[in-house]
Design a protein around this ligand. Structure first.
Ligand code: ATP
Length: 337
């Protein structure tokens, strides 16, 4: 039995959560894999109801669970996810982008993953105003850079990919901070002679993600660049509505869609739940790895096949060119499980 804490979120968050709960309940009923799901409040709704975006009982329940699933939260995102990443030391943010049949992908053979440092850079929130200026501290440490670089090389090693790590930075301008990051990555690369290593400035990377996305394997980068480039890579393979993410620490992990609360479509029942369902697939893989549980890997594979099986039949939500509602799309996935 795996205890899953679930932040239901804001905007389209509750709709996506409903979808993921019905998928996990189906797995619970039909496969030899059991879950106990605890729904939790955080974000704008928690701020309104409890005066705190990340209430203490929510945090306590997350710490008491085996793993956390988090639907997108709204305006208070920085007080929820950025805080959780730091508090739980979820240092690696993993954002895969792969082309699948039936998706409107720029190329057919894209298979890459962005490994984004998740705890520092401009996201430490150390900003202040002084004499008509606004100042933000950009913090990049050797320790965190080394940890994320090793994670990226280990990922390249086990992936069935091109065995290549590309370090993305802007050290020609941010000589100290990105200078340190690229230096540490290059140094870690020496311990992985079987993996090809190269570096790219972030502006060139943004261009190459459009021009030749199939050439990438693993991208390792700092927090803000990873945030931006992963939205881009999601669109390159068909859209944010299909994009999952994992926040990984040494002993805990949190899974969430790449996108935000999408208030423009909230409450209409048209959001694409795939981003959150594929996040659940990543969660199953992580549970499989950390608990040495082969069943989790099998079910993760089934879940991914079900999502893309539905899409490949032309059954799609509006964002990817179809007409299905969140509920109907979820039912189709469940029918293939
Ligand atoms: P954030 O900065 O919090 O990531 P954002 O301003 O980038 O948020 P998102 O909420 O990520 O905006 O969404 C961008 C657009 O993508 C939305 O306007 C929405 O129409 C679309 N979108 C995002 N997620 C989905 C989804 N799951 N299904 C359908 N459309 C989506």
């Amino acid at each position: 039995m795996y205890k899953i804490s679930l932040i239901t979120g804001d905007g389209i968050g509750p709709e996506l959560s409903e979808s993921v709960v019905s998928v996990l309940n189906t797995i619970h009923d039909r496969c030899d894999l059991k879950f106990e799901i605890q729904k939790l409040l955080a974000g704008d709704i928690a701020l309104k109801q409890h005066g705190k975006a990340l209430p203490d009982p929510t945090l306590a329940a997350i710490k008491n669970s085996d793993v956390c699933m988090k639907a997108p939260v709204g305006e208070s995102a920085a007080d929820v996810i950025v805080v959780l990443r730091r508090l739980l030391n979820l240092y690696a943010n993993i954002r895969p982008a792969k082309s699948y049949p039936g998706m409107n992908s720029l190329k057919n053979d894209i298979d890459m993953v962005i490994v984004r440092e998740n705890t520092e850079d401009l996201y430490t929130g150390q900003e202040f105003e002084l004499n008509g200026a606004a100042v933000a501290f950009r913090i990049i440490t050797e320790k965190a850079s080394e940890k994320i670089a090793k994670y990226a090389f280990e990922t390249a090693k086990i992936r069935n990919g091109k065995k290549r790590v590309t370090c993305v930075h802007k050290s020609n301008v941010m000589r100290k901070t990105d200078g340190l990051f690229s230096r540490v990555c290059a140094s870690v690369a020496k311990s992985y002679p079987e993996i090809k290593y190269d570096e790219m400035y972030v502006d060139a990377c943004a261009m190459n993600l459009i021009r030749r996305p199939e050439s990438f394997d693993v991208i390792v980068t700092t927090n803000l660049f990873g945030d931006i480039l992963s939205d881009e890579s999601s669109e390159v393979v068909g859209g944010l509505g299909m994009a999952p993410a994992a926040n990984i620490g040494d002993n805990f992990a949190l899974f969430e869609p790449v996108h935000g609360a999408a208030f423009d479509i909230a409450g209409k029942g048209i959001a694409n739940p795939s981003s959150f369902i594929l996040s659940a697939k990543m969660m199953l893989e992580w549970l499989g790895k950390t608990h040495n549980d082969r069943k989790c890997f099998e079910v993760a594979q089934k879940l991914e096949s079900a999502v893309y099986g539905v899409v490949n039949k032309g059954i799609k939500t509006q964002d990817i060119g179809g007409t299905k509602t969140t509920l109907d799309f979820t039912k189709e996935i469940i029918s293939l499980l």
